[in-house]
Design a protein around this ligand. Structure first.
Ligand code: HC0
Ligand code: SF4
Length: 578
């Protein structure tokens, strides 16, 4: 322990703590920009590149104060720190002014307007003029991919994206490019994003403080479809949306807004509002069957869940030799799209070519997934447009809907009934838990004594648990974050793993922390609250196992036949690229 002083407070802290951390614990605010300290998501950006956290350390030897960046300067015994001197404040402001001197002045039209951390700092630090205005970087926007837009002119070189991509996701796409004035972070040799091995996981977008990296916006396409009288526009919402959308309307993180969200979607003019949780229940019917089939035939174990499209791209690109291991199930939103354009269209007498399926996802990779050729049926997309939670929030704002005041409504039938198993897909560990709830009852033929598999829940990046089903023990692995996935995949490739089933999600924490969710702005409490809300929503459901979903059972009885049967294969399964 060491004793030190911050402003007028005497503090005692563990040795090795930075001034920034000690100040925060003592309730003293120091602004930051590049810094990220997300313990639960294991994402730490300590590049000390922005210099916005400057403070003064009193140098007792000559009584002259030194300016230091508080994020990387460790407190020492007897140190006296001032965070509030004029000199420190002006140094911070100068750091922001220098960033602004080479930053486009287009806040009005910027996708990050009011959400930009640089803009917020300019206000907080009372910047009133940009003293060094002059030449600026002028790179063209990279709009090459279906998922991510890169605007290098807005890059402030904080390197958060680089850390997320290279250290957390181990994808190695982003690095510093150019020299001096013209430097920015982008793919090696500044190739277009689409030519890189980007998985579109969107973790770089989630942590970018400005709009240097954003999703491709599709809101106008959705409005266009809604306003086309010739189209029948269906929307489906992913499990993780309902626990985060409220944040975009000033509600507390973790507030469950399922009913308000459905009302908003109906008022916006969608013809039908379905729940991706239905697709998740359907996925479980197929995936649990596939797991049992592989166990009984001792074939290709472990099975890997594959509903996360960034993870699918990752294994295709980085572990092609393991491409036979993932389940062949389509992901839930694609399954729901397929069923809407076949079963539902037939049942309702709607021409499937007139159906536009919109999925609202916490994810950016779903935009690219929807365009994958092997996921189209009869040259028809199963999902036509995929938008993020943030895009849906923007559309609700744009429509002038007062979200907070909305009454609740129910999803439409027959693709709207869902179970708690579908809901927990939204958090890491949920997909495999949902699969085991069903597989276990199917294998043993008797109801589970306890529905929750607590041993599968936790925030670790890699979790391993043994689950007893009847007289059999199954080794289960769960990894969230692609870096963690890499460890598990290496173990499988080298024959070091004895797993039977593994769930992998590309985003640390799962979909609740997806690249398309409301920005967490470096606060992992938000993600924790969303996660708790997912489990709360599961507990509140009357049905909590996918195979008890009556609309799903009806779908199999009247249309699909047996789970994992011929028609189910034709409509609900896919293959991957090597
Ligand atoms: Fe997920 Fe999904 S659970 S990937 O995290 O599987 O995006 O929420 O919608 O499709 O259901 C995301 C979330 C989904 C899908 C589902 C799966
Ligand atoms: Fe890296 Fe994911 Fe961003 Fe692609 S989307 S650059 S893989 S962090």
């Amino acid at each position: 322990k060491i004793k030190a002083r911050i402003n007028d407070q005497e503090i005692t802290v563990a040795e090795g703590m930075t001034i920034l951390e000690a100040a925060h614990r003592a309730g003293v605010k120091i602004p930051t920009l590049c810094h990220l300290d997300l313990h639960d998501l294991q994402l730490y950006n300590k590049t000390a590149s922005c210099r916005v956290c400057m403070v003064e350390v009193v140098d007792q030897r000559n009584n002259r104060n030194r300016l230091v960046p508080s994020c990387v300067t460790k407190l020492a015994e007897g140190m006296a720190v001032r965070t509030d001197t004029r000199r420190a404040i002006i140094a911070r402001r100068a750091a922001v002014e220098l960033l602004l001197s080479n930053h486009p002045n287009e806040c009005f039209t910027c996708p990050k307007n009011v959400e930009c951390e640089l803009q917020a700092l300019a206000k907080e630090l009372n910047v009133r003029e940009i003293r060094w205005e002059g030449e600026r970087m002028s790179y063209p926007k990279d709009m090459s991919s279906d998922a991510i837009v890169k605007d290098a002119n807005k890059c402030i070189y904080c390197r958060r994206c680089e850390t997320a991509c290279n250290e957390v996701q181990t994808c190695g796409i982003l690095s510093g490019i150019g020299r001096g004035f013209n430097s920015f972070v982008g793919p090696f040799a500044n190739i277009p994003m689409v030519e890189s091995s980007c998985t579109y996981c969107g973790q770089c977008v989630q942590v970018c403080p400005t709009a240097a990296l954003t999703e491709v916006y599709h809101t106008d396409k959705v409005w266009e479809a809604i306003n086309d009288p010739d189209k029948y526009v269906i929307v489906q919402t992913a499990p993780a949306i309902r626990v985060a959308l409220g944040e975009l309307f000033g509600m507390e993180a973790g507030t469950i807004v399922t009913g308000k969200m459905v009302t908003a979607l109906k008022r916006m003019g969608f013809d039908a509002v379905f729940d991706t949780d239905f697709g998740a229940d359907l996925t479980i019917m197929e995936e649990a069957s596939e797991l049992i089939y592989r166990l009984q035939n001792n074939k290709t174990l472990p099975i890997l869940t594959n509903c996360c499209p960034a993870w699918v791209k990752f294994i295709e690109q980085q572990f092609p030799e393991l491409i036979h291991v993932p389940s062949t199930c389509k992901s839930p939103h694609i399954m729901l799209g397929t069923i809407a354009k076949t079963y539902y269209a037939e049942k309702m007498g709607i021409d499937p070519d007139k159906i536009v399926m919109v999925s609202v996802m916490p994810c950016i990779a779903k935009k690219a997934e929807a365009k994958r050729p092997e996921l189209t049926k009869d040259s028809r997309n199963n999902v036509d447009i995929s938008i993020t939670t943030r895009e849906l929030g923007a559309m609700i704002h744009e429509a002038g809907i007062e979200f907070i005041k909305l009454p609740d409504s129910e999803f439409d039938s027959p693709l709207g009934e869902t179970t708690g198993a579908g809901v927990i897909f939204g958090t890491a560990g949920g997909v495999i838990e949902a699969a085991l709830r069903t597989a276990s009852e199917w294998i043993t033929g008797s109801p589970l004594e306890k529905i929750e598999f607590e041993e599968l829940r936790g925030l670790e990046g890699v979790r391993r648990a043994t689950v007893k089903i009847g007289d059999r023990e199954l080794n289960i692995g769960i990894a969230s974050g692609l870096g963690n996935a890499r460890h598990i995949l290496e173990d499988i490739r080298e024959g070091r793993a004895d797993y039977h089933a593994i769930e992998i999600m590309a985003c640390p924490g799962g979909c609740i922390a997806g690249g398309g969710q409301p920005y967490h702005h470096g606060n992992d409490e938000i993600v924790k609250k969303r996660r708790e809300a997912i489990y709360r929503e599961d507990r509140s459901k009357t049905l909590r196992k996918s195979h008890e979903n009556k609309e799903i059972l009806e779908l199999y009885r009247t249309y699909l036949g047996e789970p994992f049967g011929e028609k189910a294969h034709e409509l609900l399964h896919t293959h991957f690229e090597k």
